[in-house]
Design a binder for this molecule. Sequence first.
Ligand SMILES: NC(=O)c1ccc[n+]([C@@H]2O[C@H](COP(=O)([O-])OP(=O)(O)OC[C@H]3O[C@@H](n4cnc5c(N)ncnc54)[C@H](OP(=O)(O)O)[C@@H]3O)[C@@H](O)[C@H]2O)c1
Length: 276
Amino acid sequence: MHGPHFIEANGAKIPAVGFGTWQLRAGACVRAVDAALGAGYRHIDTARMYGNEREVGEAIRASSVSREEVFVTTKVWREDIGAGALERSAEASVRDIGIGPVDLLLIHWPNAAIPLRASIGALCNARRQGLARHIGVSNFPVALLEEALGLATEPLVANQCEYHPRLDQNAVIAACRRHGLAFVSYSPLGKGDIVNAAAVRAIADRLGRAPAQVVLRWHIQQPGVAAIPRSGSPAHIAENFGLFDFSLSADDMAAISALARKDGRLVDMGWARFDS
Ligand SMILES: NC(=O)c1ccc[n+]([C@@H]2O[C@H](COP(=O)([O-])OP(=O)(O)OC[C@H]3O[C@@H](n4cnc5c(N)ncnc54)[C@H](OP(=O)(O)O)[C@@H]3O)[C@@H](O)[C@H]2O)c1
C-alpha cells in the first residue's frame, strides 16, 4: 500500500523525501550523499552558498544510480539574483555539479535591493537556456510568491521554506497548493530538536518508530509537501528514508500540528517579510 512517493507540481515530478546537504563539506558531503543514494533517496538539495556542489556531483557520478533517476536542486544566492548574474551563478552550479542541467533551480532568498521582475526574468531565462529543467523560489512569503507568479513566463514548481511541527506554515502551503507548486520543507526536523518533543516521542513509542520518522511522515502526509532532512550519520540517513511502510492517523497528525507556537521560527535572516 505504500511506496516512495512523488509530488506532481506544474510539470515537475519531485520525490517527496530529499536529502539536505547544508553544512556537509568535502569528504563528509561525498560520503553522506553516497549513503543517501544507497538508502534510496532520489532527491538531493544543495545550493551555491553551501560550497559543496562539486562534492554532491562527485557522489552522484560515482554512484550506480543513473543521472535520470536523481532529482537535484540547487539555489542562487541572494546577492546574485540580478539579470545576468543569476544566469552566471546557474552556469557555475551546472559546471561544478557536472551532471548536466539541474532538475530544479531556486532563488535562495528574496532580495529587496534587486527588482523582483529582473530576478524572475533571469530565472526564467536560465530555464530557457537549458541550465535547469524546472525553476522555483525559496523563503518567499505568500504575497511575494504571488507577485513572482505574476511575473514568471515559465512555470514555478516549488517554494522551499522552513517547516516543522513548531512552525505553522498553513498560509504558504495553501498558496502553493492554489498555484500548483510543491511546498518543500527545510529544517524539517527543526534542526534536530523536534525529536525530543514529548508528543512526538509518545506517538513514536506507540507505533514502534523513531521520532524523526514520525515527524518526517507528518510532513509528507500533507498533500503537496516534500521534506529534505539532513544528516551526517549513516544510521539517521537510512532511518529518515524509512517512511513508506506506515502512516499516521488524523489524530496523530493533529497532535503533531498542535506543537506549533508563535516563536517557532528558527531561521529569520530579516530578508523576507513573513507576516503576509
Ligand atoms: N532554502 C533555505 O534557505 C534553507 C535553509 C536551511 C536549510 N535548508 C535545506 O534543508 C536541509 C535540512 O535542514 P537543516 O539542515 O537546517 O535541519 P534538519 O534537517 O531539520 O535537521 C538536521 C539535524 O537533525 C539531526 N538529525 C537528522 N536525522 C536525525 C534522526 N533521525 N534522529 C535524530 N536527529 C537527527 C542531524 O544530526 P546528525 O547529522 O547527527 O544526524 C542534524 O543536526 C538543509 O541541509 C538544506 O539542504 C534550506
